[in-house]
Design a protein. Sequence first.
Length: 473
Amino acid sequence: MDFEKLYIDGQWIPGASGQFIEVENPATGEMFAKVPRGNAEDVDRAARAARRALPAWSALPLAERISLMEKFLTIFKSQEEDLIHITIKELGSPYAFTKASQVEYQYVRTRSYIDLSPKVPLVEKMEYSTTYREPVGVIGCITPWNYPLGQVIQKIVPALLMGNTVILKPSQHTPLSSYYLAEAFEKAGFPKGVFNLVTGRGGEVGNALSSHPLVDMISFTGSTSGGIAVGKKALESVKHISLELGGKSPYIILPSENHDYAEPIHLCFNSIFLNSGQTCTAFSRLLIPEEEKGIIEKQLVEIAKEYTVGDPTDHTVKLGPVSSRQQFEKISDYIQKGMDEGAHLLTGGLPGSPSKGYYIRPTIFTDVKNDMTIAQDEIFGPVLCVITYKDEEDAVSIANDVRYGLNAGVYGPKEKAIAIAHRIQAGNVYINASPRDTAAPFGGYKESGIGREGGIYGMLEFTQQKALFDTGK
């Protein structure tokens, strides 16, 4: 794979600047690849190509767009080993997690969009009119580094199926897996200009996309501060915006008569520790009944030993490094702040200086008050805050006392757990061990975002409505 070119208008071309961004392996510190440092000129070329391709692509019957996406999915699946390998190298996520969550789950997502797309309500007959949903137009997709394939698939597949054309700007830290997607679109026979790939820095390529007059919509996933900046720039020209932003998600464990909390603890740990805590939906605040504190803390310590840290190419390791030195230092600062604020360090703690790789052990704080910095800020690392509650009313109050509202979980008797879930201000709530549903809408309340991804609702984000008043003669 030649990572030193951009994919614009169906061609692999050099970046206009002639400059490159190096990609680091966070497990070793090695700079092992480089991609073009795209700029406004590259964005302009991509936007013009996407605009030229839009009329024919949007007029293509949905069945034909689905047929092309089926071909893409076949090629995408054939790239599995390459995608696992490159994702481990650019992100540092361990082999087992990379294979299952970073790669194979994206085949499930793509299949879900393909299967649901004929069911999207594109035409609705009303008493005196007919409402049609049409493509928004040229979509600028700006994606983060923590799920370099997943966040891209969540945007480009539904956007393309709904008849839009796309310009993708992947994260500068994990851009390499997107090259395989571009290759798959090319081999599947997508018309030139329908999908375009421009790599580069957020402040350069992202800003150029957000302000370009030929771009009709920005779909952004990242930090809340980044989303606000992108949204402001996009709204200067009244673009459509979809923002999937940060989270500080609560996980409420209800009292158990047998005092066995192994299953909910594993569910919480899988959320906050796997991918080294670099997940926007991570259950980073564990809310436990005050009277069970001692019992649960002992189980937390024992179960945390299962979450081994090490070389991400080792198939038995559960946590690899965090993604970069910047991320390593940010998480370390939060761990120090937690100790300074008076939280009790139950397990884990400050890492030493990274000699080879940016490794941080799973870290659990207890005696956390919900107004502490570590309980309010999105740390985006393997750091869990344990907070006690007095009763259900107190649990709900603590759960909602944060500026985010992306995800949550409740574990306990099902009817009671569902009743509590209805009171939590979050776009998604997991009940007990229920699995995620790719057909469900995904998105947040409050400062966790605008719009939804996933299923039919995620496809509707990439459409706009037109009403025809057509009942007269």
